[in-house]
Design a binder for this molecule. Structure first.
Ligand SMILES: *Cc1c(COP(=O)(O)O)cnc(C)c1O
Length: 492
């Protein structure tokens, strides 16, 4: 059986259920399979989202049997999305927009975070693990509410979410702090997303073994470093491709480009996995906001995080250290774990690393990069609404602009899908600003104004969350995260 191994070289492989339970490898690396299963898209014509998910997860996540995967997929997508297609594609001018925001929290992370808890719960039963699982998650806004929703009241699992106190939208905050459920905690960090993510990684590395044993708790992660979170994202690259073929916008076998609003590099990496499984993907265009570390990296081969962290109107992309890039490095460096380890150490110690030219050439066969400022994203929202009556959120708008710039710069006319990662209703103040509207002070009034302008409806869960009082009010310094977790683990 094909096993999952660490990008940093811990040689012993584990099955997918074990990798899903652990989240991160013991040596701090990320789990990955060296070889991809081959899944020809021609065989899948006519399959709906769930059938695709069963096939792809079943082949990729070795160690689960087909019945288990079928059960996980069924429970993950049963009635949780507000459209039957789960991930519909809309034609907007000559670009195709893949709408990934029809789940319970109106962001694309719902697609994967509906499946991950099921995969984890199934893994717990399979392995006969006696410990409780504690999920620790750092969020730049959207992971938190999607993870809380997915894990809420799942037996044997608890979850604590850390989010940056500034830089997320009032709706995002309300979604988390009002969440019901007995097995969850939510805490703000007086810092940015990278501080929260670094804090979580530190807890994984440094929480004493004997303390874990005493509390009968094993730590795991719901961030896209977890392979069980990444794998479900492969599915919509296939579903979008098949959709376009079915409506005659694409010939079977023709190359399709995808432009992905990128933060932690999980979403776009899933597209690369789809390509390696055999989906005819042309270029994966990595779209960044003003925190354009990845644009520079793809252009120069130097990853340099030593720069100012900027707070933008696309907060889920405000990231300077994109964790999942490590998996791409591993593949591009021909699975040389030592070479990956050296670079991750350099990033930690010197704030930068560089890649050999041969590896960059390999990466550039599949990836291109472009970035957009807040002004450019606002301008894209305005133009697309004027020309096509289609409303985009700021993250999607960054990708739209990147797709335009990529086409203009390269002349590449291959059909292009822009991944839409959030409902515009999640960021009403930015969207109304883009449209030149006055911004009502109250978020509910903002949603109403957007409904009037666009003739669409706000997703029901977003409208409701604003009426509820927050349950969670803690704000702590990044340095206090370890104590916070230890205290909550003992206090039950
Ligand atoms: C998380 C998120 C992204 C970035 O996705 P990554 O997998 O972290 O690259 C983009 N847009 C939105 C709305 C998100 O929530």
């Amino acid at each position: 059986m094909e096993l999952f191994i660490s990008t940093r070289g811990d040689a012993s492989g584990v099955t997918a259920p074990e990798a899903v339970l652990r989240g991160i490898a013991p040596d701090g690396g990320l789990y990955i399979r060296k070889d991809m299963p081959s899944i020809p898209v021609e065989e899948l014509a006519g399959a709906d989202f769930r059938a695709l998910a069963e096939r792809i997860l079943g082949e990729y996540l070795t160690g689960y049997d087909r019945e288990e995967i079928r059960g996980c997929v069924e429970r993950a997508y049963d009635g949780k999305f507000d459209v039957p297609e789960i991930a519909p594609v809309r034609a907007v001018g000559d670009i195709h927009v893949l709408e990934l925001f029809h789940g319970p929290t109106a962001a694309f992370k719902d697609v994967a975070l509906s499946a991950l808890p099921q995969l984890m719960s199934c893994a717990l039963q399979k392995t006969g693990a006696r410990d409780e699982i504690l999920i620790l998650t750092a969020t730049s806004g959207d992971t938190g509410s999607a993870a809380l929703t997915g894990f809420r009241d799942v037996p044997g699992i608890r979850i604590i979410v850390f989010y940056p106190d500034r830089g997320i939208s009032p709706i995002q905050r309300a979604q988390m702090t009002t969440m019901a459920g007995d097995n969850l905690g939510v805490c703000a960090i007086s810092g940015n997303f990278d501080d929260a993510q670094t804090g979580v990684k530190r807890i994984f590395a440094e929480l004493p073994e004997d303390f874990r044993a005493r509390c009968h708790v094993a730590l795991s992660s719901a961030n896209s470093i977890n392979i069980g979170r990444l794998a479900p994202q492969i599915v919509y690259y296939y579903s979008a491709y098949l959709d376009l073929v079915q409506r005659g916008a694409l010939r079977m076998g023709e190359k399709l480009n995808f432009c992905v609003p990128t933060g932690n590099f999980g979403d776009i990496l899933a597209g690369y996995f789809a390509k390696r499984m055999g989906l005819p993907v042309g270029k994966l265009i990595c779209a960044s906001n003003a925190n354009n570390v990845l644009t520079d990296f793809l252009n120069t081969g130097v990853y340099d995080k030593k720069r100012k962290f900027l707070t933008t109107i696309s907060p889920s992309m405000d990231i300077l250290v994109s964790s999942n890039l490590e998996r791409l490095l591993y593949l591009a460096l021909d699975c040389d774990a030592r070479a990956v380890r050296e670079r991750m150490a350099a990033l930690n110690e010197r704030g930068e690393y560089s890649m050999p030219e041969a590896a960059m050439a390999k990466i550039r066969e599949s990836f291109a990069a472009a970035c957009a400022t807040d002004e450019q994203a606002l301008d894209a929202i305005r133009r697309v609404f004027r020309e096509h009556r289609y409303l985009m959120d700021p993250h999607t708008a960054v990708a739209w602009k990147a797709a335009e710039d990529y086409r203009a710069a390269t002349g590449d006319r291959a059909p292009c899908v822009v991944l839409s990662t959030a409902s515009p209703y999640k960021f009403p103040a930015s969207v109304l600003t883009a449209l030149g509207e006055e911004i009502p002070a109250d978020a509910a009034a903002q949603l109403k104004r957007m409904e009037e302008l666009s003739g669409t409806k706000a997703p029901a869960p977003l409208a409701h969350v604003l009426d509820r009082a927050p349950r969670f009010r803690d704000v702590i310094a990044p340095g206090e995260m370890m104590n916070y977790v230890m205290e909550r683990m003992t206090r039950r």
